[in-house]
Write a protein that binds this ligand. Structure first.
Ligand SMILES: *Cc1c(COP(=O)(O)O)cnc(C)c1O
Length: 393
């Protein structure tokens, strides 16, 4: 017993010595973009709450009403008695939203990836995945026991050659993301769809960060590139722009019926609470009925990018709410992040191993709920601090 704990202490010390120790920071939110940290009101540029829907009156109302009527929890897994008419309505809404035959909700984006990948690929099958995919996809690939063939980020020639050099008589799954979480760039989904079709593969796109953000009415990255119909398996989350919790899969009727039977992370877990499900349906419908939400997000992204670039900050081009301010040096990234916090703005420094060595950055995430004055103030301060650290002239 005690030995086990001394062992853990030593391991923690090693993590600390490598400057990789992580700890939790309690934040008391007062609105989508502000919270109290250590008793002080701080402006946040780090959440995935891209539309501010966590505090939307209609979403909150839907959550309260469903909780009062149907209780706080689902009481069982979906296949026992945790399914409900609220789930039916949400899944119909998601299928309509993604333009697919059917959709299926999971407890989280993480469990959606784990359930889908392990159901669709097994021993001897092949999974070709972008090197920058989310940890949940990496874990799912390991759990599936399929053979892993990662390809360099967005490198279509590499992927094509990789597919051609492999056996063709097994299930071959290509997995990528719509919007990548650390760089905010997007996958070449048109090329991927062509490669997948030509080689008889299955194409799965995790659009956690594109859902509610990209494309007409927030339908996602594939929609924005006009290839929604060419993706076999759409993954999305209800936890980012949608402002709740949960993950979903959208695709053909057969795919969904198969997953209901075979996806273990769907079968062996309790259904989400009624309040979450009802609020998610309301939130998805709001994307259509309140187009100003997405419009405001897009104009906020444009505004902060314009100020940063005209101030000399070197940004890769992009239109997503994830803006990577590359600093390279970990110490400089930490210095700027600390100085921002002293000024009441929270943008955490992202360091290796979350990003490759020499690629330390501030990851600025923009919300429709940010005010113009907040975007201006933050951009100006970032420019000033980058100058002080010698990042820009
Ligand atoms: C956040 C994220 C997930 C996990 O979603 P949760 O709903 O938070 O579990 C999966 N994939 C990608 C690409 C993500 O960014």
């Amino acid at each position: 017993m005690t030995d086990v704990y001394t062992g853990l202490k030593k391991k923690l010390d090693t993590i600390k010595k490598a400057s990789l120790y992580r700890k939790l920071l309690p934040i008391t939110f007062t609105c989508p973009t502000h919270g109290y940290i250590n008793g002080r009101d701080v402006l946040l540029f780090c959440t995935n709450n891209y539309l501010g829907l966590t505090h939307h009156p209609q979403v909150i109302e839907a959550s309260i009403r469903a909780t009062e009527r149907f209780g706080t929890g689902a009481g069982a897994s979906r296949l026992i008695s945790g399914h409900s008419h609220l789930y039916e309505e949400l899944e119909d809404t998601l299928a309509w939203f993604k333009g697919t035959e059917k959709a299926l909700v999971f407890s989280s984006g993480y469990t959606a990836n784990v359930g889908v990948i392990t159901a669709m690929a097994g021993k001897n099958d092949l999974i070709f995945s972008d090197r920058l995919v989310h940890a949940s996809i990496v874990d799912a690939c390991i759990l599936s026991r399929a053979e892993k063939r990662p390809f360099p980020h967005n490198d279509m020639d590499f992927l094509k050659n990789s597919i051609l050099s492999e056996k063709a008589n097994v299930q071959r799954l290509i997995v990528t993301e719509g919007v990548f979480s650390m760089d905010g760039d997007i996958a070449p989904l048109k090329e991927l769809a062509d490669i997948s079709l030509q080689n008889d593969c299955l194409l799965m796109v995790d659009d956690a960060h594109g859902t509610g953000v990209m494309g007409e009415g927030g339908r996602g990255t594939a929609d924005s590139l006009g290839v929604g119909k060419n993706i076999d398996i759409h993954i999305g989350t209800l936890s980012k722009a949608i402002g709740l919790v949960g993950g979903f899969v959208a695709g053909s009727r057969d795919l969904i019926l198969y997953l209901i039977n075979k996806a273990r992370s769907f079968v062996y877990t309790t259904a989400l609470p009624p309040g979450v499900i009802a609020a998610a349906t309301t939130a998805i419908k709001l994307l259509e009925t309140d187009p100003l939400l997405i419009k405001r997000l897009r104009s906020n992204i444009r505004l902060i990018r314009e100020i940063l670039v005209s101030g000399g900050v070197n940004l890769p081009p992009g239109e997503t709410p994830i803006i990577p301010v590359l600093l390279g040096n970990e110490r400089k990234a930490l210095n700027i992040s600390r100085a921002l916090l002293e000024n009441g703005i929270y943008i955490p420094a992202i360091r290796p191993p979350t990003v490759p060595k020499g690629m330390a950055r501030l990851r600025v995430t923009v919300s429709a709920a940010h005010l113009e004055t907040e975007l201006e103030k933050t951009a100006m301060l970032l420019i000033e601090l980058s100058r002080k650290e010698g990042i820009i002239d």
